[in-house]
Design a protein around this ligand. Structure first.
Ligand code: NAD
Ligand code: ZN
Length: 266
């Protein structure tokens, strides 16, 4: 006998989205996996002998700036070489669908890869900064990463070390960005947590804040995250499969097609 195969999410999620005035989303490395960007849990060839936590902190950087800059240069080259996937595009379409109806939308990402912006997301905050920018640790001048250097890359203005504009382990998140994400979570009617293992705080606290404040919280992840037991609904599947289907269920699929036929993806 044939079991009809339906979408991996509930009618409740679709109904709650249709009724929502405010929608907020948190994404993590998992949403970029289908673009070919490894998560911190996937092996990444060249760099397999290091744990990301051992490179992504200021002590490691000061101890071996060339090594850490090299890791970021590798990651930057990688993301410049890939394209946003259907999951990124679906979130941009969801934003257009919500805002076209006069609703509020915010996407807070833990990713540093710039793929959401390239997919057309506009109401976007980057909680952990961006791989695509760098600055001098002494004078804060923005630095040009394309400069090819032997030894550590240094500031053209003052000779200080150049670091990526990312938030390292042990560092504070950008205050304004996090405040915006918190407010969106506290006010959201529906909150989506996509492709995050939800182990890195404070970002992982956002879906929980939303839930406490009364939002319907759905997690989209092929495997349960650390907070899976505390969300309203667990949607098991990849971002690239689930999110386009969800947007299509809202009647927003044309937004995704519009994107492909010459929208604003960079
Ligand atoms: P994580 O690596 O801890 O977890 C990734 C999560 O994504 C896992 O729960 C996994 O089950 C899920 N996942 C894997 N494939 C998926 C798919 N196709 N669709 C949906 N989910 C999928 O990532 P994290 O929670 O973002 O935390 C790690 C930290 O690493 C973050 O702070 C982030 O800044 C950084 N990071 C960023 C990137 C990037 O910018 N692309 C890549 C690696 C790590
Ligand atoms: Zn400088």
């Amino acid at each position: 006998m044939h079991q009809p195969v339906g979408p991996p999410f509930s009618d409740t999620l679709v109904r709650r989205l249709r009724e929502a005035d405010r929608v907020a989303v948190l994404t993590g490395a998992g949403i970029s996996a289908e673009s070919g960007v490894p998560t911190f849990r996937d092996p990444d060839g060249l760099w397999q002998r290091f744990r990301p936590e051992e490179l992504a902190n200021v002590e490691a950087f000061l101890a071996n700036p060339t090594l850490v800059q090299g890791w970021y240069a590798h990651r930057r080259a990688l993301v410049e070489d890939v394209e946003p996937n259907a999951g990124h595009r679906a979130l941009a379409a969801l934003e257009r669908w919500v805002t076209a109806r006069g609703g509020d939308f915010l996407l807070a990402t833990q990713n540093v890869d710039g793929l959401h912006a390239r997919a057309g997301s506009e109401r976007l905050v980057e909680l952990h900064g961006s791989l695509l920018r760098s600055h001098c640790i002494d004078c804060a001048a923005e630095a040009d990463e394309s400069a090819d250097a032997r030894g550590p890359l240094t500031c053209q203005a003052c000779g200080g070390l150049v670091r990526p504009d990312v938030v390292w382990f042990g560092e504070q998140l950008p205050e304004a960005a996090f405040a915006q994400a918190e407010q969106a979570a506290a006010l959201a009617d529906v909150y989506l947590s996509v492709g995050t293992s939800a182990v890195v705080y404070p970002a992982a606290g956002l879906p929980l804040l939303a839930r406490q404040a009364g939002a319907y919280v759905a997690e989209v992840n092929p495997t349960p995250s650390d907070i899976a037991g505390r969300v309203s609904e667990q949607v098991r599947g990849t971002a690239g499969e689930v999110l386009p289907a969800l947007v299509a269920a809202l009647g927003g699929a044309s937004g995704i097609r519009g994107q492909e036929s010459g929208g604003n993806d960079g």
